[in-house]
Write a protein that binds this ligand. Structure first.
Ligand code: PLP
Length: 362
């Protein structure tokens, strides 16, 4: 294949970022690899992290079973629990750890054959109001788990709505709710923080950290915070300049003639568009690394192509390497220009040819 657009996945950087999460958080680390490891390839990432991670976090039974089929035998936590009672049997037979976020899931546990037990993570809602039992029913839920006779051990978890914000007090209220609720139970191992909490809120440590985004080398904070730790991007989305032309002032570029040249403009085409996962909503001026320089995006993002202004990069020509995001262009920067978050762009970078490197140039 000769279309030059491809995604490089640097697995050695995953380990580097994992060690940062481990050093900051301490204790045990549940590496979150849901959604195909945020677009990086779940099996390759799980295999790279298996010797390091105390467990993996996924979103569904299907994702977990894929890991087991690939020979991954670390603990696997189903972060959204089960979606139907019938899933509980497979949870037990694959040795998975379901999050329990609702009472009906405890009934599903009771239907397991006598003598079968599973470890569970009991989720407390501390204000995100998405999943989790509310503080006033937590003691009941815990008692019901114990009484079911199907539970080997219980970890108490919560998830924060705003851990990516820099405000030092932002977790005070959910932490207060967590501590209060904790008093209503016997001492249990805990799991609190995602990447935002691990990077920015040392007051919110538990026994288990749950980093996702930071493992892939991306800080969930605002782009201005992106250098809090020397994280290294695992994904590099690259291409090459595939066509060139020079247009006169007043001419336009692309669908809808959205970009109008204010000067004689050298236009470069990069064969990468929204079908490859480059966001169509990326605005004019979104930076694209071309050779040793940075060129602004001009015109609409097409399905398989974008156009960039190369007027100020005369050395760029056909075949000059392009990076859409990775080492020189932060995916968070492209995301903010597109009105979204890095998470979404990583998950969507899907069509381009994916090349996995287990070690590589620094
Ligand atoms: C996705 C997820 C995480 C990881 O979040 P990041 O912001 O990517 O670090 C942690 N915990 C839960 C419950 C999640 O759903």
């Amino acid at each position: 294949m000769t279309r030059p657009t491809c995604i490089h996945i640097h697995l050695d950087r995953l380990a580097h970022n994992f060690h940062i999460a481990r050093r900051l958080h301490g204790g045990r680390i549940l590496a979150v690899i849901k959604a195909n490891a945020y677009g990086h390839g779940d099996i390759a990432c799980a295999q790279a992290l298996a010797p390091l991670a105390d467990g993996f976090g996924v979103a569904s039974l299907q994702e977990a079973v894929r890991l087991r089929a690939a020979g991954i035998d670390n603990p696997v936590v189903l972060l959204e629990g089960i979606f139907a009672a019938a899933e509980m049997e497979a949870v037990a037979s694959h040795g998975l750890t379901p999050v329990i976020h609702d009472i009906w899931q405890i009934d599903a546990l009771r239907q397991l054959p006598a003598g079968t037990t599973v470890p569970v993570w009991l989720k407390l809602d501390t204000g995100m109001h998405r999943l989790g039992v509310l503080p006033d029913v937590l003691p009941q839920a815990y008692e019901a788990l114990k009484r079911s006779g199907r539970v080997s051990d219980v970890t108490l978890m919560t998830h924060f709505a705003n851990a990516d914000l820099p405000d030092a007090r932002i977790l005070d209220e959910p932490m207060r709710r967590f501590r209060d609720a904790q008093q209503s139970l016997p001492p249990l191992p805990t799991s609190l923080g995602n990447s935002g909490a691990i990077l920015g809120h040392p007051e919110a440590r538990g026994d288990w950290g749950r980093p996702g985004l930071m493992l892939y080398g991306v800080d969930p904070g605002a782009p201005a915070l992106a250098s809090r730790q020397p994280l290294r991007p695992v994904m590099r989305f690259v291409s090459e300049i595939s066509a060139l032309r020079t247009i006169s002032a007043g001419e336009s570029v692309g669908y809808g003639s959205r970009f109008k040249a204010a000067r004689t403009t050298r236009v470069g085409v990069v064969p990468c568009g929204y079908a490859d996962g480059y966001p169509r909503s990326a605005g004019e001026g979104t930076p694209v690394a071309v050779g040793g320089g940075i060129a602004p995006l001009i015109g609409c993002v097409s399905m398989d192509m974008i156009t960039v202004d190369l007027t100020d990069l005369p050395e760029a020509g056909l075949g000059t390497p392009v990076e859409l995001w990775g080492d020189r262009i932060a995916v968070s920067e492209v995301a903010s220009r597109a009105g979204t978050v890095a998470y979404e762009l990583l998950c969507q970078a899907r069509r381009a040819d994916i090349r996995v490197h287990s070690s590589g140039p620094a």
